[in-house]
Every structure is written in C-alpha cells, then in structure tokens.
Design a protein around this ligand. Structure first.
Ligand SMILES: Cc1cc2nc3c(=O)[nH]c(=O)nc-3n(C[C@H](O)[C@H](O)[C@H](O)COP(=O)(O)OP(=O)(O)OC[C@H]3O[C@@H](n4cnc5c(N)ncnc54)[C@H](O)[C@@H]3O)c2cc1C
Length: 622
C-alpha cells in the first residue's frame, strides 16, 4: 500500500498548496502511509483525541461543517447572538490515568485591542482547566496550551463552556503524555492525523453504487434528484447540511425567484413562497421540500454528508468520498454519472475540471456596459465576484432588553444602524476568495451584524427590539464556474439566442452586484445591484444543455451557480427556480446516459431531441 502511494505523495509534494489539498482530499485514507513515507511528518501520535463534532451532547453549540477543507475539520460554534450557549459535553475514555498535557484547537476570530469575542472554558470532570480559550493573539486556527491535567483511568467528562455567545469555536482537544509532541496545523495534515488517531484511516470503507450521484442538495440538486428518480434511476443525493434547499433553506433564508420554465411540476414542490429574505416562514418551505424528497423513494438521501474528494479513472470520476458530519466517517459512492450541484463546483475542482473564477475583461465576451463601466465589467480581468451574505432578523418584544457591548464589531459596523437585513448585506473584497476565505467573510459579516445591532439598540426607541435569528451558514452568490462545451454570456440573454439544445428558459434581468464602498459608502458590507433589463421585460432567454456538462470531465454534469457561464452571464440565471430547471435537465440527461450507456456529451450529440422532449419541449428550434 505504502509503495503504491509513494509516487502519488511525491507528486503531491511538488504541487501548490491548493492542488495538494485537492488531491489529498481525494485520497483520505492516506494517513498512515503519508506519515510513514513523508520525512516532514514526524508525528507519532499516541494521545487521546477528542473531536468536538463528535461530542455526545452539543448543548447550544452548533456543528459548523462549511469550512472543513480550510480548517481541517468540522468544529463546534457557540452561536448565541450575544447570549452564552449551553455547555457541550462528552465522555472521554482514558485507558491510562495520570498527568496529561492538554491542547485545545481554537481560534480568536477577531484579534484587536479588546477582549476576544469568542471566549470559552474547558471543563474536565466539572472543573475548569484554568484557562480561557479563543483569545490567542493571532487570527488563525491553532493549538492552545491548556497546561497539565490529571485524569483517572476510565471515563472522564469534558465540557465546553461558552462565555460570550459570540461565535467562540473549538475544533478538537488532545491529551498527550508527551508534552514535546509536535502537533499538525495545516488542514491536510490535520485531517490525516485525526483520521489516524480516531482509527478512521484503517476502518473499512463502505462503497455504495448508484446510477447517478448528485452532490449538493440546493434547489438544483433536489431538482436533479427528482428528475432522475422519476426515470427509474437509483439516485444518491449528498448534502452537507441537515436540510435540503441550499440558499432557500431555513439555514440561509433566500426566497426562490425566476420562472419554473418547463419544470413546474417538480419545482412547485421545491420552491418557496415569496417571503422577505431571512423570514422564519422558510421553515414551512423546508418541510414542503422534505416531504417531496421523502416521497421520491428511489432517492437515497445522505443528509449531513460532506463530499471531500474524488477518485478518477482517466477523465472520468470513478467515485466520490464523503464524510459524515458529526462522526467524520468516510463513505464512498460509485456511479457512471455524477452531477455537481455544490454551488462551489467542488466535484469539478477535485476532478481537475476547467473552471473560471472572477470577472472576464469586458472584451472577452463583449459584455461591457458604459452606464456602469468598471463596476460592471473591467477592462482587465480580475478576481472580483459577487459577495456572500449572512442575514439576520430582529423583532420588537413587549419588554425592554439590552445588548452587550461589542467594541470588536464597531470597526466594521462603524455608526451603521438597521432593524433587519436583506439580500444586500453582502461582502466581497478583492483580496478574499469566496471559498478559501469563506470563514473570514462569514466572520466579517458577524462583526457587521452585531455592531449594527449594538448601534441600533443605543436608540431608546429600539429598547424592546430583540435579535431573533442570525445565520451562521454563509449564503454564497458566486465562486467557481465550471467550463462546459458552451460558455453562456449576457449576450445570449439580451439577444434571446435560441439553441437546438435549449433545456432551460428564464426572463429575469441580468443582475450583478458591487460593494457600495467602491463608491465611497460608509461601510463595506452593503452592496448595490445593477440590472440590465430585457425589452420587453418578460422576454424569454435560453440556456443550452452544453452549459451543463464539463468540457473535460467526461461523466460530470453541473447545475446551479457553478454552471458554465461568464461572470456577467451568471447575473440572470443564478436564481433558484432557474438553477432548479438546470438540475431537472441534468437529472433527465442522467437517465439518458444510463439508457444509452453514454456520456453527457453523447446526449448532446445524439439524443438531444429526446432530452428536450423529457424536459417539456415538443418542437425543435433552429
Ligand atoms: C443573500 C442572497 C440573496 C439572493 N437572492 C435571491 C433571490 O431572491 N432569489 C433567488 O432565487 N436567488 C437569490 N440568490 C441567488 C441564489 O440563492 C443562488 O444563486 C443559488 O442558491 C445557487 O444555487 P445552487 O444550488 O448552485 O447553490 P446552493 O443554493 O448554495 O446549494 C448548494 C448546496 O450544496 C451543498 N454543498 C456544498 N458543498 C458540498 C459538499 N462538499 N458536499 C455536500 N454538499 C455540499 C451546500 O450546503 C448547499 O446546500 C441570492 C443569493 C444570496 C446569497
């Protein structure tokens, strides 16, 4: 085993960090081999690892799984909106009692000249280990030295005690008898090290085979799954959160927009009513969506499974590996066809699919608009994309309530006030990547929100206003766009270009955002939309099937905001009914892939009339 893996390891060591993560993420069972073979990995872990995502009782802490690749694990977050949350608690078995050195992996998420916002204590058998965590002086994940602790052989109880309610976070605790033992801190090394210590690295892998594996359970992923299932396919749908719906779910709360096109009979079971973004009514739409998913008996639902890598067979994906959130266990999924509905284009990224990120120059696809100039489309390509959002709500109660002082939030919120949020609570910055820096972006929005709410509460007329909900899952708009055989642009919309492989239709204006701070606005977390409206406004425009399969990965389709388009092209069809239509088309195409033992490109070349008929088009356009 180790000798087979060694050439791969050498290749890996020769790569940039991001490629390194990608390949290693796709072979998660490397842990023992890597530490044997790699001279830089001198870890010989013997201690007792406690991963917080595996705590038996999470109390008021939530499992944050969205930054697994960047952090090196899923972690517990004390998301109390300023009120300390209940302790998280677990039992830990010590086969040998005595003195241990304790390390706690955490992060001070907002370093500055103030008390750290996310402070917490660790209790061992009911007693604090005597140090506060989450207040180190660097804004990075790291191991904090908790000093020596003493335990008896047998079971001990470990608890996390939140002190602030403001996003304290803890990834893992490690008890070791060897205080000089080196500990890993890069995500890849950590993941291997944790797998090794927890025994996952040597655990047998379960491999399940399906007709199609769909990763990402937003509206696109759910639409794809239902369409494939209706055509008799055995479907696996992997979703890293406990709910389906992606941005439309009650975790993020964005209502669905766009038209149903030909997919009404499926989309009406998945979409939302129109409620103001961030409304708790989203919970009812979650329930409706889950009923629809449960009724589709041929779909095997893998909720709380986060895909973490792929294994390739030439230019095709052979399998996808996913970790169960909460246990870290790894499951393998095989299929002839895969659909990437992750929004971030993860499957494509791991598989080595061609992708784009950022804005093309205005000349590349001729998408300039003088009215907005550089804000719309730059003269030179850059890395700017639309931002991510964290929304929140508050409501007046019958009693007055306070809100803690948040000096750490005010440098971001400044003097801004608001009683609620909307879609335009959005943040992007040229030096932050929407995936790699996702945690920083989410945390920046936390500072914006808590600072704004503090400012608002200083006005006596808001004495009874109480914060009722803040998302902790980042709502993303744009990141990787996987490249297909056709790249959809704004010109396809404004020219209402028809395609012989049209499978999606839409009327929505091209809607692209910029940060208002670029025009001198007081804060950097509010955006402005620029709308290019078609004339007449309800004109239909079309998306060809060629935008829904990868140019260079033979058996992979994509649906959702990671479909093949330019930055400006994404502006119209990124809304969720449209992404749902994309999903449906790929689900039907997967059925044809099975029927003809074919790849998605073959469906375009040989069976496009049949696919269009399944989608709902009776006639052919030129
Ligand atoms: C604040 C805001 C306001 C918006 N306003 C509107 C609006 O009013 N109406 C509208 O329709 N659209 C709106 N949009 C745009 C729209 O929400 C997105 O373009 C759309 O959700 C993209 O759909 P998707 O399926 O590609 O991604 P998502 O909705 O993000 O779904 C992708 C899913 O994949 C899951 N996933 C990701 N990685 C993995 C993995 N490795 N393993 C397993 N699962 C994974 C994610 O958890 C997520 O559930 C808005 C977006 C934002 C952020």
């Amino acid at each position: 085993m180790a000798s087979q893996l060694y050439p791969i390891l050498l290749k890996i060591l020769d790569m940039k960090r991001r490629d390194f993560n990608r390949i290693l993420a796709s072979i998660p069972f490397l842990a023992p081999a890597v530490s044997d073979a790699a001279s830089h990995a001198s870890y010989k872990p013997k201690g007792v690892l406690v991963e917080t995502e595996r705590f038996a009782s999470k109390g008021g802490w939530v499992v944050d799984s969205q930054f697994f690749q960047q952090v090196g694990g899923n972690y517990l977050l004390a998301h109390g909106m300023g009120t300390p949350v209940e302790n998280a608690r677990t039992e830990v078995e010590f086969s040998e009692g005595g003195d241990y050195q304790l390390w706690v992996r955490s992060k001070n998420w907002c370093v500055g000249g103030w008390e750290a916002p996310g402070r917490f204590q660790v209790l061992l058998n009911g007693k604090s280990v005597g140090k506060t965590f989450g207040e180190q002086n660097v804004e990075e994940w790291g191991w904090e030295n908790a000093g020596k602790v003493s335990v008896k052989t047998g079971t001990s109880i470990v608890e996390l005690k939140d002190e602030t309610g403001f996003a304290g976070r803890c990834d893992a605790l490690y008890f070791t008898k060897d205080s000089s033992e080196p500990l890993p801190n890069t995500p890849v090394e950590l993941i291997q090290w944790k797998d090794y210590l927890s025994g996952r690295a040597t655990a047998p892998v379960s491999t399940q085979t399906f007709d199609v594996v769909i990763v990402g359970g937003g509206i696109a992923g759910c639409g794809a799954a239902i369409a494939a299932e209706r055509n008799g396919l055995k479907v696996a749908l992997l979703q890293d959160r406990p709910v389906f719906g992606g941005n439309a779910s009650s975790e993020i709360r964005v209502h669905t927009e766009g038209i149903h096109g030909k997919g009404g009979d499926i989309l009406e079971r998945l979409d939302t009513k129109w409620w103001p973004n961030s409304s708790p009514e989203s919970v009812l739409d979650d329930q409706k969506r889950h009923r629809a998913m449960d009724e589709a008996k041929g779909i095997e639902q893998f909720l709380n499974y986060r895909a973490c890598g792929v294994e390739m067979d030439g230019n095709s994906i052979a399998t996808v590996d996913a970790r169960k959130v909460g246990s870290g266990e790894i499951y393998r999924f095989a299929a002839p066809t895969f659909i990437d509905c992750t929004g971030d284009g993860w499957l494509g990224f791991w598989a080595g699919a061609e992708y784009a990120y950022g804005r093309e120059s205005k000349n590349k696809f001729n998408e300039g608009w003088d009215k907005y100039g550089e804000l719309w489309s730059p003269s030179k390509p850059d890395n700017r994309v639309m931002g991510s959002s964290v929304m929140w709500t508050a409501k007046p109660e019958t009693y007055a309530s306070g809100f803690p002082e948040v000096p750490w939030a005010l440098p971001v919120a400044k003097t801004y006030t608001s009683v609620d949020s909307e879609w335009f609570w959005e943040f992007s910055s040229d030096d932050l990547h929407q995936i790699d820096d996702g945690e920083k972006i989410r945390d920046h929005m936390f500072r914006a929100i808590y600072g704004t709410f503090y400012n608002t509460k200083q006005d006596p007329s808001h004495a009874t206003l109480k914060m009722t909900w803040v998302a902790h899952i980042l709502g993303k708009r744009e990141s990787r766009r996987l490249v297909g055989d056709y790249v959809y642009t704004m010109n396809d919309a404004i020219k209402k270009r028809q395609f012989k492989d049209t499978v999606v239709e839409e009327t929505r204006a091209v809607d692209v955002h910029y940060q208002k701070s670029l025009k001198g606005y007081i804060v950097d977390f509010i955006s402005e939309a620029m709308f290019w409206r078609l004339q007449p406004e309800d004109s239909l425009y079309y998306l060809p099937f060629r935008t829904l399969y990868s140019k260079n990965i033979d058996n992979m389709m994509m649906a959702g905001r990671c479909f093949s388009c330019s930055h400006i092209g994404l502006g119209g069809p990124r809304v969720q009914n449209t992404t749902g239509q994309m999903g449906i088309a790929t689900g039907y195409a997967a059925a044809l892939c099975k029927k003809y033992d074919a790849q998605p490109r073959d469906i375009y070349k040989k069976h496009i009339k049949e696919l269009r008929k399944m989608v709902g088009y009776d006639d052919m356009v030129a």
